[in-house]
Design a protein. Sequence first.
Length: 255
Amino acid sequence: MPNIIRIYKKLLNGAYLILNPQNWLYVIKHPRALIANVSAIAKHPRLCWITSQVSGGIGPAVGCLLYETALKTKNDSRPIVEVGAWKGLSTVYLGLAAHSINKRVKSFELFSGLPTADPLLDGGFRAGQFSSDVSEYENNLESCGITNSVDLTIGDARKTMLPSIHGQGFCMAFLDVDVHDVMSELFSQLWTISKGNEVIIVHDFHSPGIKKAIDDFSIETKHSIKVRSLFGGGTAKIILPSSTKNSPCSRALGR
């Protein structure tokens, strides 16, 4: 019976995605994103089937990118950092990969929505937007079988991320925080603990605030990072240098 209910929910979710007028408008404006999502489903049908029961703000293309990036990481650090989990869709993609390669997802979420938003840099976003429920998040992880691969920390990641990682570093990160001030601070913190070859996936790259945060991060790292725009500009992939020993932050830490 539970399997029948699960399948029914997936079919309903699929019908909603197909029939929702907003999704059709998005497809018209972003045809490359449509192609990327269809390609991702064709490449990872089972993965997309498992995750289809979880609602969220990313499509199959971004989800499969997270999954593949985690599997292909060249960094030995165990933590996979995720900031901005919302209802847990990106967590599921990362958790399924982490389970396969003996790593752990360090997931950080406020659940009370965005803490702040600059009306000039973060147009379209507002404080309190994207609030969610921790029980729904936990149920989504449980239904996809990845609860044992994820450590959730509730609160502002700017205050909780570094203490939670405990000096372990990170192999990759997914940042879906929407606003400039938070993104900028997280970039700086991740840079201080980077060991080399980490990959950071950033959502909402189309936002002026997020673009500015990445530009500032490039300056902070003396333009040593590589930034690639994906899926029509909605997502960015940032590759950190193989060695960060010469960075100002590394020297300050005595590395």
